[in-house]
Design a protein around this ligand. Structure first.
Ligand code: PMP
Length: 310
């Protein structure tokens, strides 16, 4: 970060306004248990962790010349990746077409529109491998570029090279090393990279994955039946299932104790932490908070109106 926090462009802001904060969650910590949260909503474009893989995939594609000749970008995404990519394409003057599943929240669609993306609302109930393949084929047909966050190793690499290293250096600066890392799993880019990086450096570290419970929807994270590419290539010690209500209540707990409005997958990470810390004991915990809660306001609204919750 520049001393005076002045940047010559938004690209420089993204690259140099780092590391994202690592903040001790006082109410979750105890005398021998320190709980730190990595606040990924400090990334500027989608205000989520997805700015990292999107920027890295884009820049690596550019370096390889894949984007030469005014190529368009096509991507299947229902959330942060789309918003981040739409923002980056606007900066770079590239046309972006996004394919979104039917249940994509209206708020996401509006955000994509604001950032100038061409939106294709599909009939897909969810983003499965079939949908991903269809967009890959469409891109080939139209001579467009499909970065494909589900299969592109630059997704994993962005977290291995940057997210993991940042956390390591931030903990070192307070003379700590991680004992437990709790992270959600969508494409598995960040959890797999954190596992690979930290298990190599500190073999004792425990990696805890977080997924939605069966039949539950938590935006950004998915069950392992979707076969996320990198998850099965690394060691993950346990996978915790969380319901949508659990995720919402995790987010509300952070708002009411720490004054931060975190997103649903972050709320799920909080619940997962609460399920495992008795068993895993004292030490330094790192919780990854992928985004903030503003995109999910409808889910909170429903939660408050569905019973007499306060
Ligand atoms: N939470 C949110 C809010 C996300 O947008 C994503 C990305 N899909 C994740 C968690 C999971 O991240 P990853 O794709 O690295 O597994």
């Amino acid at each position: 970060m520049g001393d005076s926090n002045v940047f010559v462009s938004t690209v420089e802001l993204f690259e140099r306004y780092k590391p994202t904060p690592l903040v001790r969650m006082s109410h979750l910590s105890a005398p021998k248990r320190e709980v730190y949260a990595k606040l990924e909503f400090f990334n500027p474009f989608s205000r989520s962790i997805k700015d990292r893989p999107v920027f890295h995939m884009f820049m690596e594609a550019k370096k390889r010349g894949v984007l030469d000749g005014g190529k368009e970008l096509f991507e299947a995404t229902s959330g942060n990746t789309g918003i981040s990519l739409a923002a980056l394409c606007s900066i770079m003057g590239i046309k972006f077409r996004v394919y979104i599943p039917k249940p994509t929240p209206q708020i996401t669609e509006i955000l994509l529109k604001i950032f100038g993306a061409e939106i294709i609302r599909t009939e897909w109930g969810t983003l499965d491998m079939d949908a991903v393949k269809q967009v890959k084929e469409e891109a080939e047909k139209y001579g467009a570029v499909n970065l494909n966050q589900f299969e592109n190793d630059d997704n994993f690499n962005s977290h291995y090279l940057f997210t993991a290293r940042e956390i390591d250096e931030q903990l070192k600066s307070v003379r700590k090393k991680p004992d437990v890392i709790v992270a959600g799993c969508g494409t598995s880019g960040h959890i797999a990279a954190l596992s690979k990086y930290f298990k190599k450096k500190y073999p004792e570290v425990k990696i805890i994955g977080v997924v939605p419970a069966q039949g539950e929807k938590i935006p950004g994270i998915k069950g392992l039946e979707t076969q996320p590419k990198w998850f099965f290539q690394v060691e993950v010690d346990d996978v915790i299932e969380v319901t949508q209500i659990g995720a919402i209540e995790g987010a509300i707990e952070i708002a009411r104790n720490e004054g931060l409005f975190i997103g649903l997958s972050a709320g799920a990470v909080v619940q997962a932490y609460k399920k495992v810390f008795h068993r895993l004991g004292n030490g330094t915990y790192v919780l990854i908070f992928p985004d903030d809660g503003f995109k999910y306001i409808e889910a909170f609204k429903k939660y408050f109106s569905s019973s007499r919750r306060v």
